[in-house]
Ligand binder design. Sequence first.
Ligand code: PEP
Ligand code: MG
Length: 753
Amino acid sequence: MTISPARAILLRLHDVMASKTSAQAKLNAVVATVAEQLDSEVASIYLLRDGVLELYATKGLAQDAVHVTRLALGEGLTGVIAATREPLNLAEAREHPDFAFKPETGEEIFHSFAGVPIIRREVAVGVLCVQHADPRQYDDVEIEVLQTVAMVLAELIAGAGLIDDVAAAKARAQASGAVRLPGLKLVDGLARGTAVFHQPRVVIEHTVADDTEAERARVYGAFARMREQIDHMMNQAEFAGGDTAEVLETYKMFAYDEGWSRRINEAIDTGLTAEAAIERVQQRTRARMRSIADPYLRERLTDLDDLSNRLIRIVSGQLGSAARSGLRGDTILLARNLGPAELLEYDRRVLRGVVLEEGSLTAHVTIVARAMGVPVVGRVRDLRTTIADGDELLVDGSAGAVLVRPSPAMLASFAATSALKAKRQAEYAKLRDLPAVTADGTRITLMMNAGLQGDAAALDATNADGIGLFRTEFQFLVSATLPRRERQTALYRAVLDAAGTRPVVFRTVDIGGDKAVPYMRERDHEDENPAMGWRALRLALGRAGLMKVQARALLEAGAGKTLSIMFPMVSEPWEFDAAKALVEEQRDWLVRSGRPLPAQVRYGAMLEVPALAEVLDVLLPRIDFLSIGTNDLTQFLFAADRANPVLADRYDWLSPAILRFLRRVVVLCDAHATPLTVCGEMGGRPLEALALMGLGVERLSITPAAIGPIKAMVRSVDVAAVRTAMTRWLAVGNPAIRADLAALAGQANVAIG
Ligand code: PEP
Ligand code: MG
């Protein structure tokens, strides 16, 4: 049986790698094998040392040149290969504009040249090349063989300590230079730090197989597991809908693609390990990606790249996210997308910023990051291809951009922007003890949103009027199991203690939608459209046990105090009644058993489902307060998934449809004297908050970082003028309210940032 050249070489390399000789002797054996198998006069290995490519081993060139000939990155053909990480295949090397002649090597007699980069952790750490006396083009199979050998070399030189990974990363940074990646601003703020991929790339330690059949079995097993995982994801309610569904469809297509598994199998036939075979095929995909201009096709190849990473992680058993590895203190997290629970796995003390390929303004991961005070830029393309783990990054959440491997000029301008921001923050801090009263005397209540125990500290830092929305489900999201009642009580009590005399509004759990809790998946049905599915109050009423435990925890924590409880996603008044009855039942039980009770329990509803607005006159007399959740409300009003990045900037919070809707609610609440708060993200943005005040909203619950900017806006505005303008614009359905309101604010010197 004839064996392929790749297999023949790998069989030889297997022995070389296993031999007990020095690293230099192994390199010499590799070049001898390559030269012989590719029928070439010359085979050479250059390795990166101190940022320069040094000839480490050669068969065919003058031996005196070894460790003497050196080339800068980008210098000569070898330097170009290392700098571009692309192979070169030339029948006549001298005709290439970058050809550099090194007399000490004696290479003047050679015509043809082929070389490939040696890549480790996506960094070119060396070059393997062959030369031939006669002009001839190496064929594709031979280039493939060189690339396979280069993979083995990467393992050999890393194992022998011939390259220093950090130095190599630095060298690449110098070679690849600074890049500015534009994106969508999701959470304001600036951060400087080091790139960490949420799903780290596996570094392949063994490339040459001992037992090809065993490697084949490992790949089969990994394919089966990956297909299972993808089928499972597709079935999971929280993954359905929007872009994610489309991505999963593509994943599925690739996961079951015979061509892909066949190519991996062929790579295994050559003698590679399972990991190395997958990576070998992945390298080819990447090479294709670089040459494809069509954005749609590129995106699909990125999906395949993602999936290759998953397959390598499965086969190597390295499944954890970066959250579980020892993180640097200046981590900038990079991911395609994250769920809020995944983000909460990271230690907030080391997390400086987040960069996502997807993401939207009101997705819960964004809300959580905002609460953590971590800047986020979303919708950034080509993360994997432009950034490597360990690259220096600047995240500009205010401009919506990421600067990769920043230049000195970029760093200087970043420092200037940071200083300006710090100055602004200092100005906001000065407002801390001043009341949020408009220039014409309207007191605006500014409360903050919270969800974790640590958040309560922001009450003092901001001097907010209270917590207008405590998202109790966050405790559920950060727990591996359902939090027991004692733990719930302890959290609520700690938050009430921290708040002192300031009010706290606890919202009962809003699980579901993009807030999936793995230990509470509904087994008997799957939501096709989870935001509109079995979530929030619907789920809580369906699982009365859960609601009862939470009610008891709240009532016990609120003993002797005023307890405010709010129900999410109320769609019809009876749902509020049923939820209140569940809490009252628990209160009666406490009365009967002589336990301490809250001094007062106030019940509120969230207006997030438009249908409720049509029956608000029925509900208002039964409730103590109403809070508008604009994140959900607007997604339902516009039928536009709040987590779908494609729709992220499609509909405007300042559109007449939303503002008219809100005004009707304000008018009704006024008529019933029901306190009304807006607690969605909309209220935390100065221009949007100004519009809300123009509708008559006087209570906002916002992210803590927004308290300063919103108070500055409030104190600088004459709200009567805005009300007049708003009435006029809404009457005619003005489509340009954003621009007109900004102009009005500009003329009146309103601080809208
Ligand atoms: C909202 O929907 O506006 C809201 C405040 O609730 P959440 O963002 O938690 O869904
Ligand atoms: Mg909501």
